[in-house]
Design a protein. Structure first.
Length: 283
């Protein structure tokens, strides 16, 4: 597991201080209308070669597995600062190929990494459990590891204004919670942006403190309504909010989903870096 880093905390709102629509990527890998967007290619030739090589490998794997290679729009976090309880962020367009080509290069300086901004929820149930999901084997990386519910990239940069990043319906965190757990925005309160956590050298995630009006059984029932072929999680687990560390250490029971309910068991698994960072920051 790659380490995480708490990049920023002690804020309760987000402000976009700057936004550059130019796409940080190789011109040959930009699938959007190049007439409407300037292309900002990485300066380092080794970075350009790495992005091109990993893009070719990803497309070949997708073709061999009869799947579709996703190279959609993402938004790059160029810089940030916290001032008077506000997280001010500087954004730029990028894409998934650029992320894949630079995420495994810890030696790179920030100007040579895509660093796309993602979101995730520290989701608590009405019966005081924290919800995590086990990534299914169909995901590109991290299969079998447990991550925050509602974890995903911001995919449509032009639509992510301050109201969206501050989780007013319908925002990226609402979209991800609906896709992964089948929770509608009317079933949650908050979400409140609470921490910026980096992982994967140093892929940033904006973590939202979130509460659902549903209890753990009801959350499991909502999740079970997602067709199995469309589930991003192979199971949900529920850690007791009062002492999740004991549960993660195998010293207390957790709840986990069965076909139509939840059952008690002891935790055996590995957390994704962002999830570990969220526990350390928000407890």
């Amino acid at each position: 597991m790659e380490d995480y880093e708490v990049l920023a905390s002690e804020f309760d709102s987000v402000n976009i201080s700057e936004y550059d629509p130019a796409i940080w990527s190789l011109e040959s890998l930009v699938e959007r209308d190049s007439v409407s967007y300037d292309i900002d290619e990485p300066i380092d030739p080794e970075v350009r070669e790495e992005i091109e090589r990993t893009d070719e490998e990803a497309r070949r794997k997708a073709k061999n597995s009869d799947s579709v290679f996703y190279n959609g729009a993402l938004v790059r976090l160029r810089d940030f600062e916290v001032n008077n309880g506000v997280l001010n962020i500087d954004l730029q367009n990028t894409n998934y190929s650029s992320h894949v080509g630079t995420r495994g290069r810890p030696e790179l300086e920030k100007e040579n990494r895509a660093d796309p901004l993602s979101v995730g929820a520290y989701l608590r149930t009405s019966d005081e459990y924290v919800v995590l999901g086990e990534r299914s084997g169909s995901v590109e990386i991290g299969g079998g590891e447990y991550q925050l519910a509602g974890a995903g990239f911001i995919e449509d940069p032009e639509e992510q204004y301050e109201r969206s990043l501050n989780a007013e319906p319908s925002s990226p965190i609402h979209r991800e919670l609906e896709e992964e757990v089948n929770l509608h925005w009317t079933q949650i309160t908050g979400p409140r942006p609470s921490a910026l956590i980096g992982a994967n050298h140093v892929q940033p995630m904006l973590v939202y403190d979130t509460v659902t009006v549903l209890d753990s059984e009801e959350v499991a029932e909502e999740w079970a309504e997602i067709p199995e072929s469309e589930r991003e999680f192979s199971e949900l687990i529920f850690l007791p909010e009062e002492n999740p560390e004991a549960a993660l250490d195998g010293e207390a029971d957790i709840l986990s989903t069965t076909d139509d309910s939840v059952e008690e068991r002891r935790y055996e698994g590995e957390l994704r870096p962002h999830a570990e960072g969220a526990f350390d920051t928000l407890l």
